[in-house]
Write a protein that binds this ligand. Structure first.
Ligand SMILES: Cc1cc2nc3c(=O)[nH]c(=O)nc-3n(C[C@H](O)[C@H](O)[C@H](O)COP(=O)(O)OP(=O)(O)OC[C@H]3O[C@@H](n4cnc5c(N)ncnc54)[C@H](O)[C@@H]3O)c2cc1C
Length: 354
């Protein structure tokens, strides 16, 4: 029997999951199509979000709005699904040079960033385990989503509600009509593609100017490190319980695949050895490809010729923080014709395409 939906979403990474839930909250009928094996990106994401860019001690793009919205989005998702996958975690910035401290304090007292920055320097932070002769300071609004659990919980939710097709989407079976699309026995008013970096294989959207970056992380066991804080200096060290920590990440713009490498392991291990002064045990290694656009902004909108198909992608290094806010904007655009943020709107690339 033919089934009718408002939207078909292809991809159940962070982008597709958050978009589907944003639509469901609005009472829309959604079908998600996903084969989890095509991209590991969301599964390997550490799930951090940090309002501060440490290099220049400035707020990351739209940090205030994104954090406020994501915070309420993930808390609401936890409540509705009756599961726990989101928490606040302070971020510890270990100083490498004396002048960084003076710069931090100036920023903490004199600028808008100050609301996120601690006003004092700590000199006694876990000194028996962490190398911090110059001290450290804290970012007080860091957050952490347990992405793997978040995706699993939602996958089960979609399965329970008959909203998931677990298969590779076959583009040749998509029928595009003026006011609807059909895929096998399913019809919808629109189809939205959220395939991460695999959008490069989508015949309708492969022209989007992607600049993907492969990243690797290690899961390591370290004794006696704090379990409620994310340490940052060259790498992040994120506690996940049972003395386990995710440490990362690398950047590689050439080898775009999900394979772990020896180089990745060595790079992260060496950086970690500089931050801590105790042994660690490597438990596992992960790799994925971040779907970044050339201008490092997300992309949302409809196909220039086929108005029944759209895309939600380009989450780059910050999917956890970006996806909720821009999924809401995209749903408001699709359902209520409210304009998209022009830095995210797909139309910014359409002139270049001609
Ligand atoms: C090492 C690493 C660490 C990271 N750490 C963080 C972090 O701490 N915080 C943060 O915010 N972000 C982090 N990121 C970035 C984050 O992972 C991405 O922004 C996000 O995962 C992108 O999600 P997505 O849904 O767009 O893509 P993806 O995660 O790639 O999801 C796409 C989904 O679509 C499926 N799919 C693709 N094509 C098809 C098809 N034809 N048919 C069926 N299914 C298909 C894929 O299998 C996959 O399930 C990290 C990334 C990496 C690599």
């Amino acid at each position: 029997m033919n089934k009718q939906y408002n939207y078909i979403i292809v991809g159940q990474g962070i982008a597709g999951t958050v978009l589907a839930f944003s639509m469901i909250k609005k009472g829309l009928q959604v079908l998600v199509i996903d084969d989890t094996n095509l991209s590991q990106c969301s599964k390997v994401a550490a799930g951090n979000f940090n309002p501060i860019v440490f290099k220049r001690l400035v707020k990351s793009w739209m940090a205030d709005e994104l954090i406020e919205y994501s915070d309420s989005f993930y808390k609401e998702a936890e409540e509705i699904l009756n599961q726990h996958f989101y928490l606040k975690k302070e971020i510890v910035r270990i100083f490498g040079e004396e002048q960084e401290k003076a710069f931090w304090l100036k920023k903490a007292f004199d600028t808008d960033e100050g609301k996120y920055l601690s006003k004092t320097i700590a000199t006694d932070f876990f000194t028996d385990v962490v190398n911090n002769p110059l001290g450290c300071a804290f970012v007080n609004n860091g957050c952490n989503l347990y992405v793997e659990k978040f995706l699993k919980v939602f996958r089960n939710y979609f399965i329970q509600h008959n909203q998931l097709l677990d298969e590779v989407f076959d583009y040749s079976q998509l029928v595009i009509n003026e006011n609807s699309v059909s895929y096998k026995k399913n019809t919808a008013t629109k189809i939205i593609f959220c395939e991460g970096y695999k959008v490069a294989e989508n015949p309708y959207f492969k022209w989007l100017p992607l600049k993907p970056a492969k990243g690797e992380t290690l899961t390591v066991r370290i004794k006696n490190l704090p379990t409620d804080k994310i340490i940052n200096k060259g790498v992040y060290i994120l506690p996940i319980g049972d003395d386990l920590f995710i440490v990362g990440a690398t950047y590689d713009w050439v080898n775009l695949n999900d394979n772990i490498t020896e180089n990745g392991r060595i790079e992260i291990s060496e950086k970690l050895s500089k931050v801590i002064n105790v042994p660690f045990e490597i438990i596992s290694q992960q790799a994925g490809v971040r779907p970044s656009m050339i201008d490092r902004r997300p992309v949302a909108g409809l196909h220039p010729q086929h108005k029944t198909m759209g895309v939600f992608n380009g989450m780059g290094t910050k999917g956890v923080m970006l996806a909720p806010y821009f999924a809401k904007e995209f749903v408001d655009f699709l359902e209520d014709n409210i304009e998209l943020n022009n830095e995210v709107d797909i139309t910014r690339f359409i002139v270049e395409k001609k």
